[in-house]
Design a protein around this ligand. Structure first.
Ligand code: CNA
Length: 256
């Protein structure tokens, strides 16, 4: 872990002083649960598929060939059935119970923050918990769409036969809850940016709206395109679960 003990103590001090903490989380918070990220060393974008993996979540490609997305999605749903929240998810839920953490903007679609007990979660890229027919708009709950996804190569609407799509935001679609996400950033006196390469806009633009202190914890590269490095007060290049375990030896939050 590339950091000094002083950095962790500086984070502890910032957390102790803060009144209104916000989080922007990315795929890196869930890798230790067993869900690969996109751009990390074992990320989905490094896999060999017969199609460029960056097209998995491309809306135009989904409309053209939904079976490619569904091959990946079946694997993702199977993994989701087995996983549990990480130490990082559980720490953040405890920080909310403690009254400091006012909300999490997550780019993730795995609902692990909610499973860990976090109440105030904005899923800017949607989630897998509901689906709809892209032709007639009929909604499907998780249980129904899960069964259909496992039974058919591409699930089709019972009403009109159109293709069903989970309510995940694909590249080329508008993000969700943008106003609430922006408002959370504006109000925060401390922002934690966790496990994100900050490459996917507009989520990656959100930290620049925070007028308070910013701590970035991410293993490896973080893009400077949307958040200038001189806006970051503390940058930890290391593992999230290790970082929060170390932080909690000082803070002593009740992690469940
Ligand atoms: P990304 O671009 O893949 O970046 C993730 C970052 O996390 C990388 O820089 C990794 O090195 C870093 N990282 C991985 N593991 C750890 C760890 N244990 N500790 C510290 N850092 C770590 O992903 P972003 O979230 O920035 O990109 C946004 C995309 C990814 C969103 O649209 C998500 O929907 C999408 N995504 C979500 C999931 C999920 O729901 N769990 C999984 C994969 C991708």
């Amino acid at each position: 872990m590339k950091k000094q003990g002083t950095s962790v103590m500086n984070c502890v001090n910032l957390l102790r002083e803060a009144q209104s903490v916000a989080v922007l989380s990315g795929a890196g918070v869930s890798t230790s649960a067993g869900i690969p990220d996109f751009r990390g060393p074992n990320g989905i974008y490094r896999r060999q598929y017969d199609v460029d993996p960056e097209r998995i979540f491309d809306i135009d490609f989904f409309l053209e060939a939904p079976s490619f997305f569904y091959r990946f999605h079946r694997e993702f749903l199977t993994a989701l059935e087995k996983i549990t929240p990480t130490y990082t998810h559980r720490f953040l839920a405890a920080l909310e119970r403690d009254g400091k953490l006012k909300g999490i903007v997550t780019q993730n679609i795995d609902a692990l923050h909610q499973q860990a007990g976090s109440q105030s979660v904005l899923e800017i890229h949607g989630g897998v918990w509901s689906s709809r027919c892209i032709s007639c708009g009929q909604s499907y709950d998780y249980k129904t769409s899960y069964k259909m996804t496992m039974a058919e190569e591409v699930p089709h609407c019972c009403g009109c036969g159109g293709v069903i799509k989970p309510n995940i935001v694909f590249f080329g679609e508008a993000v969700m809850h943008l106003n609430e996400c922006q408002s959370l950033m504006h109000k925060a006196d401390l922002l934690l940016v966790l496990g994100s390469s900050l490459t996917v806009a507009p989520a990656a633009i959100l930290p620049s709206l925070c007028k308070g202190s910013i701590i970035v914890v991410n293993k490896g590269y973080v893009s400077p395109a949307y958040l200038a490095p001189d806006r970051i007060d503390i940058r930890i290049d290391g593992d999230l679960d290790e970082f929060f375990q170390e932080l909690n030896t000082e803070l002593q939050l009740g992690i469940q």
